[in-house]
Design a binder for this molecule. Structure first.
Ligand SMILES: Nc1ncnc2c1ncn2[C@@H]1O[C@H](COP(=O)(O)OP(=O)(O)OP(=O)(O)O)[C@@H](O)[C@H]1O
Length: 427
């Protein structure tokens, strides 16, 4: 790796956090909306983890004041509206009397949802309770109040990757920045798959940026929850790859002169199966478009489209309208981009994209051996996966700036749901 990349040697790692402030203009709903034709059934238990997280202590202190010991809407102060999605609105908020920490409150008005959307909202609630990962939202509380279901999660003050991409020269990120974001998304997808969750809606709009510039994947309403049957696989690798392989899940079990056999833990939701037509047109995998049925493979396809978009500023199959886009995705002709990027590492990036955008899911990188197979690709050479949380996020136009968000100074806005308003006032 070159010295200026965002994956420096351990000795030069910047362990300090980049404090940042909101990029307000980017907190709008996306132009490329997701769609779905079918949904997954689910329930939604509530559980809390991260007991070491001081925000849980603040929430516990606030909740202790209520009769039932649960956090109520009245414990929260809404600061401003952050955005509106298909299922509800998201607000910036903080606890009224305990500390100044910022949260995002996703408010779903159940009365306004039809059957399919109710199920999507339940799926999202179920998945949020399962997550415990730095690149995924933490569910601090689920609040049921009247016909509202509310999820209290981490606030991401730096907008989303799509908005940030549009601010860059040429609407594209530098290759080291692409590697940084792709690596973090890969780790998040690996974790989701290990839990049996097929994400199904990867796109830059759903990759939010935390205050420290690291990512948070959001929006799980289209996800599919399936069983995982972890396996241990054996494969041969060249000895030069030794530092890249299985990390804490892999170990070497045999060796030749220049090759060794390595065992590797693979946890992919390989039994996940759905015929639902869900996702965002430009990101749909061919098996989704053709209705042949799909599983975990769709996320690895979308990962290829995602890297392409970050690198070239456009998705590879985009047509003049959605129908043409879908035709391009399933057409047998090989898609190549005519866009030219001359940067060190571009041939590795192109190779990775090609291996992810293989139309046959059984031959697509990642579909059999999971994320580890993708981590081993030369595009990610030099990435120290175990230290990924410590890498310094890239500095770029319109990106994070060195100032921590202070919710107390954000101008308070009127919001529109009078019912919600009155619930917030009740003690
Ligand atoms: N945790 C968060 N921190 C900051 N802003 C957020 C957060 N979650 C959501 N937002 C903002 O609120 C908007 C609405 O988010 P939401 O998840 O409800 O819908 P969406 O991303 O548009 O997708 P969908 O409609 O498919 O659910 C997003 O576009 C984003 O800008």
């Amino acid at each position: 790796m070159e010295e200026e990349t965002y994956f420096p040697d351990t000795d030069h790692l910047d362990f300090s956090f980049t404090s940042t402030i909101t990029n307000k203009s980017s907190l709008s709903s996306s132009a490329r909306s997701s769609f779905s034709c079918k949904e997954s059934p689910t329930n939604a238990p509530t559980l809390y983890r991260h007991i070491w997280d001081p925000r849980f202590a603040e929430i516990k202190a606030a909740a202790a004041l209520s009769a039932d010991g649960n956090l109520q809407l009245s414990h929260l102060k809404l600061i401003r509206h952050l955005g509106t999605g298909n299922h509800g609105r998201v607000f910036l908020c903080q606890l009224k009397d305990h500390g100044g920490g910022a949260f995002a409150l996703k408010v779903i008005d159940r009365d306004s949802l039809n059957g399919k959307k109710v199920s999507h909202a339940e799926t999202e609630g179920k998945i949020l309770t399962m997550l415990n990962h730095p690149f995924l939202p933490t569910l601090y509380a689920r609040i049921e109040a009247s016909h509202y279901t509310c999820f209290l999660i981490d606030f991401c003050p730096n907008g989303d990757l799509h908005s940030l991409l549009r601010k860059q020269p040429g609407n594209r990120f530098s290759l080291p920045a692409v590697r940084f974001f792709a690596a973090e998304v890969l780790v998040a997808l690996e974790y989701l798959h290990a839990l049996g969750i097929v994400y199904r809606d990867l796109k830059p709009e759903n990759v939010l940026l935390r205050d420290d510039g690291h990512i948070m994947l959001s929006d799980f309403d289209l996800s599919l929850v399936a069983d995982v049957f972890p396996t241990v696989n054996f494969f041969r690798r060249g000895k030069r790859d030794r530092s890249v392989g299985g990390g804490c899940f892999g170990s070497s079990v045999g060796a030749a002169d220049d090759e060794e056999v390595v065992s590797e833990f693979v946890a992919e939701p390989v039994t996940a199966f759905s015929r639902s037509c869900v996702g965002t047109h430009e990101y749909l995998a061919p098996e989704v478009v053709s209705g042949a049925g799909h599983g975990n493979s769709v996320d690895w396809w979308a990962f290829g489209v995602f890297i392409h978009e970050l690198l070239y500023g456009t998705t590879p199959f985009k047509g003049v309208n959605n129908d043409v886009t879908l035709r391009n995705i399933v057409s047998s002709s090989k898609q190549t981009t005519s866009l030219h990027v001359a940067e060190a590492g571009i041939s590795e990036a192109k190779d990775l994209i090609e291996k992810l955008l293989v139309k046959d899911p059984s031959k697509r990188l990642g579909c059999t051996l999971g994320a580890q197979d993708i981590k081993r690709h030369p595009f990610f050479d030099g990435v120290k996966w175990a230290l990924i949380r410590q890498y310094k996020p890239p500095e770029m136009v319109g990106g994070v700036v060195a100032k921590r968000v202070h919710v107390g100074r954000v101008k308070r806005r009127r919001w529109f749901w009078k019912g919600l308003d009155s619930l917030m006032m009740r003690s």
